[in-house]
Each structure stands twice: as C-alpha cells, then as structure tokens.
Design a binder for this molecule. Structure first.
Ligand code: FAD
Length: 459
C-alpha cells in the first residue's frame, strides 16, 4: 500500500505522528507539501515567512533524501493536489496534522470531500502542532468547551500525560510515480528582513541544542524579560513552522527540570492555550473575543500616529527599539511585543487589528492563534483578566532595559545618551535634543491614558 503524508505546519522528521503512522501503514510513502494559492490570497505568505518556509522545505527535502526519499512539492488548491497525487500513486490513505485556524478547518473539510469519493481515508493526527490537543482538557462544570483563563488551563494542561517523542524514520521509500517541483529558494524572496534566521529542522535543532547547551534554559526564569540580554530561546519560528515539535520541546524541558525549565514550559503552554481558544472560536482571529464597546481609532483618524508607530519614531525609545527590531529581524522580544502593542492600543487607542496586521506582515513566527490572541490579550478584548492595565513605556524601559542597552542597539540616535535619561530623552537640554535627530514624544502619556479611560469607561 501507499500512503500520502501531507506536511503543513509540521515541517520535520523527528516526532512526526502522521509520518510515523503512514510508514506503519504503507510500503511506500509520499511526503507531500502543497503550495496553496489560498494562503497567498489571504495575505499570510509575507516575505519573511515565505523565505523561512523555503528554507524549511529545502531542508526537509534534504533530510528525506538522506533517508532514500524526497519531498514532493505541488502548487495548486490543496484538496485538488492531494487527490491528484493520491490517484497518481495509488494511495489509499492520507495522514496529516490537526490544526486550528479557519483555513485549516476548511482545508480538512475540502480534503474529506475530495478524497471520500475515491475511497481514500483521511487521518488527522493530534499533538503534532500542539503539545496537548485543543479540547483535550475542558473546564469542569462549565458550559464552554475551552478555557478562557490561562492559569487554570495551565494547571490541567500540566497533568495531561505526554507521549514519548517519536524518532525520525531511518528510511523513507517514495513511489516513482510521485511527481512534483523542486523546493523554492529563500534567495529568490524579495523584501525580507536583513537579520532573518535560517529556517528548517536542521537549523531549529541546532538552535535548540545551542540554547539548551549554553545553560540558557536554567537561567530562563530570571532572564526572559531582560530586553538587552536577549536570553529567550528564539525557537518561535521553528515552533510555528513545526520544524521543532512542541511535544519534544516540553519533553526535553521536563527532563531537564528546575525553575528555568518550568518557566519555559509555561510559555509553551501559552501557545497551546491560544490554540484551544482559536479552535473553539475561530472568529477571534478578527473579531473581539470579549467586546468592550471600544471605538478604536483606525487608519482614517490616526494615520500619522500609526505610521510613526510602524516606523519606530514615536519618541518613546523602548517602543521605537521594539518596532525597529521587528523590521530588521522579523522577530521581536516578547516584552517589547507587549509594550509596543499596549502603546498602540491603549496609549494611541488604535484598533488592535491594525497592529496585529503589521506584526503578521513582518514576524517570521507570525501565527494567527498566537498573534491575534496576544494582541487581544494586550488590547483587553481577549483573555487578560486585567483588561484595563496599561503598560507605561518609560517604566517598562527602566525596568526591563535599565542601562538602555536594548534601546541603543536599535535606536542609534540615542547612542551617546547617558543611562539615566535614555528612556526619557525629552528631559535632555533642548540643544542636546536638537542634535540627536530623534523625534519628540508623539503623545503625552497622561493624555493617552485619560483618553483610554474615558473612551473605554468601565464595563
Ligand atoms: P521563549 O520565551 O523562548 O518561549 C518559548 C516558546 O513559547 C516560544 O517560542 C513560543 O512558541 C511560546 N511562547 C512564548 N510566549 C508566548 C506567548 N505569550 N503566547 C504564546 N506562545 C508563547 N508568538 C508567536 O509564536 N507568533 C506570533 O505571531 C506572536 N505574536 C505576538 C504578538 C504580541 C502582541 C505578543 C504580546 C506576543 C506574541 N507572541 C507571538 C508571543 C511571544 O512574544 C513569542 O512567542 C516569543 O517572543 C517568541 O520568542 P522565543 O521563541 O524566544 O520565546
């Protein structure tokens, strides 16, 4: 028998339940990736992620070739292509990972509709793109099918027995009849960030080994908010594209043990938390999870503020540093994501969707569940239990970048400013300020806060 494995956001060979099941079921396997124009039409293949994906596909193909196989890449509507490949190769089964977005739900439905009439069975596997499947734990005694508060979810999630990560297969035999294109090259993608990391399972595992090996996991609890220290794992793009398995990441962290590993596991759980919210409420990708009757400002009435925020020239150094890091690296430190998003939504009172869109245009880890629901969390329309909290960029800067190292790294105009004033350059003498070439603050923080309080009121 022949089985097709449809790779989606799981571009790896280690710990890959669909591949494992297909190899058990069939003599030959077709490892398939489909470049679906639907993803392009939805605007999700921004250059940074397109380039990273190209690396992932190249690497997956190479790893399969080392095992006697190859990756079959096709372009076209996913259901049509899978059906065609199955027919060409005489496959009777298709294996793939479960996923949570509306696109993924539609894809699964279309695949079933396309494959059923041909007698081809679709097997959808859990715990491939998440550590714990959405819906595996639900709040007891409640009428909702998902958790809307993180801490109780984390408690239950931590008790779910985890399977052992699966090894990468030794050999993969691909039928002759399976035809496809060669992998795309990241070099052909224009408009990428200069500091983009390399994609692929090989690069992801190397990053993991380096970070683990350097002892950063042990120090993670103390250092994950240190902006200048840059001490988080930077595994998010690898988890997003599934070149690293979340089950394996949690498994390894548990085996390591200690407070750093615990704190890291908690962050990985946030990923599953957002996924179980989105699985139940796919519309939360675009609509308020909890409506607060906000009358956000949009492009029409806040165009200049939005442009200054996007370009990192708000006059608030730590906000500008974060926004410039995003442009340069296609990635931003979590603490900077929190405070730049809070600044846009609660200080400038701009619609969270505008910020979320900009992040998705640039983030190499840009992910519908994590991005949209983190934005909603910050905007106070999501799952934050303190939806009115506002992060003050000066307080945040002084606390998480006390010497201004992160700010100076990304805002060279402030290179010569002493530590004491690097987060408040407007307190420098007028002549010194004039020589910096750095903008004055876009808005007075007290005015922003007053507008937010008045606009939102209390609910
Ligand atoms: P680490 O601190 O090393 O954490 C390990 C892993 O845990 C991460 O790789 C990530 O997969 C997961 N994780 C960590 N923090 C969170 C979190 N708050 N929510 C969900 N998962 C988390 N993360 C994305 O992967 N894609 C996004 O598009 C995204 N958009 C965000 C937008 C905003 C406004 C905010 C506040 C956060 C967003 N995050 C997003 C979450 C978080 O900022 C990143 O996952 C993290 O900064 C990635 O860096 P890291 O891999 O070094 O994380």
């Amino acid at each position: 028998t022949v089985a097709v494995v449809l790779f989606t956001a799981d571009l790896r060979l280690h710990d890959h339940p669909p591949l494992h099941a297909a190899l058990r079921a069939g003599d030959e396997v077709v490892p398939l990736f489909v470049r679906d124009p639907g993803v392009h039409a939805a605007g999700f293949d921004a250059p940074n992620r397109r380039a990273f994906l190209a690396d992932c596909l190249t690497d997956l193909d190479e790893r399969l070739r080392q095992r006697g196989g190859r990756l079959v890449i096709r372009s076209g509507p996913v259901a049509r292509e899978v059906r065609a490949v199955a027919a060409e190769c005489g496959a009777t089964e298709v294996h793939m990972a479960a996923d949570v977005t509306s696109y993924a739900h539609r894809r699964e439905q279309r695949l079933r509709e396309a494959l059923d009439p041909d007698g081809v069975t679709l097997h959808v596997h859990d715990s491939v793109t998440t550590a714990v499947a959405p819906g595996a734990v639900t709040p007891a005694g409640s009428d909702t099918d998902h958790y809307s508060v993180f801490t109780p979810y984390f408690r239950r999630w931590s008790q779910v027995p985890q399977r052992e990560p699966l090894p990468a297969p030794r050999t993969v035999r691909v039928p002759e009849a399976a035809r496809g294109e060669g992998p795309p090259s990241s070099k052909d993608v224009d408009g990428t960030s200069p500091g983009l990391p390399e994609g692929g399972e090989t690069a992801g595992r190397a990053r993991c080994a380096r970070w683990w090996g350097a002892g950063d996991l042990s120090r993670y609890e103390d250092r994950h908010d240190d902006l200048a220290g840059d001490a988080t794992s930077r595994l998010s793009p690898y988890l997003h594209f599934g070149t690293l398995s979340p089950v394996e990441a949690v498994h390894r962290a548990r085996a390591h043990g200690g407070p750093g590993a615990e704190a890291f596991i908690r962050q990985v759980c946030w990923r599953d938390f957002h996924r179980q919210v989105l699985a139940s409420r796919p519309e939360a990708a675009a609509a308020d999870y909890r409506s607060r009757n906000d009358r956000w400002r949009g492009e029409d009435d806040a165009a200049e503020d939005i442009a200054a925020w996007r370009e990192g020239r708000t006059g608030y150094p730590v906000v500008d540093a974060g926004m410039r890091q995003l442009r340069e690296e296609g990635w931003m430190h979590n603490r900077a994501r929190l405070l730049t998003a809070s600044f846009l939504t609660k200080t400038l009172y701009v619609d969270w969707r505008i910020g979320a869109r900009h992040f998705l245009d640039l983030l190499v880890d840009g992910d519908v569940a994590n991005n949209q629901l983190n934005w909603q969390w910050v905007a106070g329309t999501g799952t934050d239990t303190r939806p009115h909290r506002v992060l003050n960029p000066v307080v945040q800067g002084k606390r998480f970048d006390p010497r201004g190292t992160y700010v100076r790294r990304w805002v060279p105009e402030l290179e010569g400013v002493e530590d004491r004033l690097v987060h408040e350059p407007w307190r420098l003498p007028r002549e010194t300020r004039a020589g910096l070439g750095y903008p004055e603050p876009l808005i007075d923080l007290a005015d922003g806060l007053a507008r937010f309080k008045q606009a939102r009121g209390r609910d």
